[in-house]
Design a protein around this ligand. Structure first.
Ligand SMILES: Cc1cc2nc3c(=O)[nH]c(=O)nc-3n(C[C@H](O)[C@H](O)[C@H](O)COP(=O)(O)OP(=O)(O)OC[C@H]3O[C@@H](n4cnc5c(N)ncnc54)[C@H](O)[C@@H]3O)c2cc1C
Length: 296
């Protein structure tokens, strides 16, 4: 089903992001976790495209399996890293042929070991160009999602400039947006105000990641530039030497974060699951209770 159709039926969506497992053991673990998450009947699930354009086949294989064997609504991520326009159109045609109805279209990050994004010489430099090309070639075939950044994209000089670029993505055909993860809800709500003032009207679903281990913190902050609010930093520091307590601290914080988002008007939550299920199941089951108005 197209995500736009789901939006017509409900004011809130709850969705899960997966990445293709890297080896056999991770694949078994993944199967167990997906089984648990499927029981929650997510609105849709999404499958990431390998950083730097790697693991394309694994993404497509997993998308094919989830779309055609599990009955879940699937969104395939796709980036224009290293691909020509012809290759991009061929890839999207393939996704159409395996019944994919939803795409998250992204520019992608530079390949590992490089810092600047260098477009293919017959490819696209920005997500807006990719979105425009796919929407005009495959008119109305897909619901198209795009990425947005409540703490601005790391390459953007200012938030204002980044939001102007974001408007180009929705003007090009993006139907909805999912945010980079963040830990401070004020940043999301301020961002929504700025985005609405810039004339962007579509749904902006907060992307949320539960912090459940100490080693994640540096990695996530480096990856996204996300600020950790002092209240969370203090709680994490207090549980540093107690991994079990740290997991519960992360879950409790994320439950409060999601509850506050929903009560503040967010149209649902997209969970960056990291292919795990424990934290997401607990958070989702609690947060779902705060969805009081299901009708659009
Ligand atoms: C929800 C979500 C899902 C993601 N999934 C994946 C994934 O599956 N695989 C993966 O590899 N990565 C993924 N990413 C990461 C993403 O690829 C990176 O953040 C990447 O650096 C930017 O992608 P984008 O689509 O936002 O790019 P863009 O929208 O092109 O923006 C990138 C930068 O360029 C600037 N910009 C945009 N247009 C112009 C222009 N016309 N002129 C000048 N500057 C411009 C923007 O302000 C921004 O600073 C995801 C991110 C999010 C938030």
């Amino acid at each position: 089903m197209k995500i736009s159709g789901i939006f017509e039926q409900t004011a809130h969506t709850f969705s899960f992001e997966f990445f293709p497992p890297k080896d056999e053991i991770s694949a078994v673990d993944f199967g167990v976790n997906v089984g648990r998450l499927m029981k929650l009947s997510p609105s849709f699930v999404s499958v990431t495209y390998g950083a730097g354009g790697s693991n394309r086949e694994r993404t497509f294989a997993l998308v094919n399996y989830l779309q055609n064997k599990t009955g879940m609504n699937v969104m395939a991520h796709y980036t224009c890293v290293g691909a020509s326009k012809t290759e991009i159109i061929a890839d999207i045609s393939y996704l159409k042929s395996i019944n994919v109805n939803n795409l998250m279209l992204l520019r992608g990050d530079p390949p590992k070991g490089t810092t600047d994004f260098v477009p293919h010489n017959d490819g696209f430099a920005h997500a807006s160009e990719l979105i425009e090309a796919v929407c005009s070639e495959f008119r109305n075939t897909f619901t198209v999602g795009a990425a947005c950044y409540p703490e601005k994209h790391p390459e953007a000089k200012t938030q204002e400039e980044d939001i102007a670029r974001l408007k180009e993505k929705t003007d090009a055909g993006a139907d909805f947006l999912i945010t980079q993860f963040f830990f401070d809800n004020d940043l999301y709500f301020n961002f929504i105000n700025e985005v609405r003032n810039a004339g962007i009207r579509c749904r902006i679903i907060p992307g949320i990641i539960p912090l459940t281990s100490y080693s994640q913190i540096d990695r996530f902050v480096k990856l996204s530039g996300a600020k950790i609010p002092s209240v969370l930093a203090d709680k994490i520091a207090a549980s540093k030497d107690n991994p079990k307590r740290l997991v519960q601290t992360g879950i409790d914080y994320t439950i409060e974060q999601c509850k506050n988002l929903i009560l503040g008007g967010a149209p649902g939550v997209h969970f960056y699951t990291l292919n795990k299920s424990g934290a997401t199941v607990e958070i989702y089951e609690t947060v779902r209770k705060y969805v009081v108005n299901e009708t659009v």
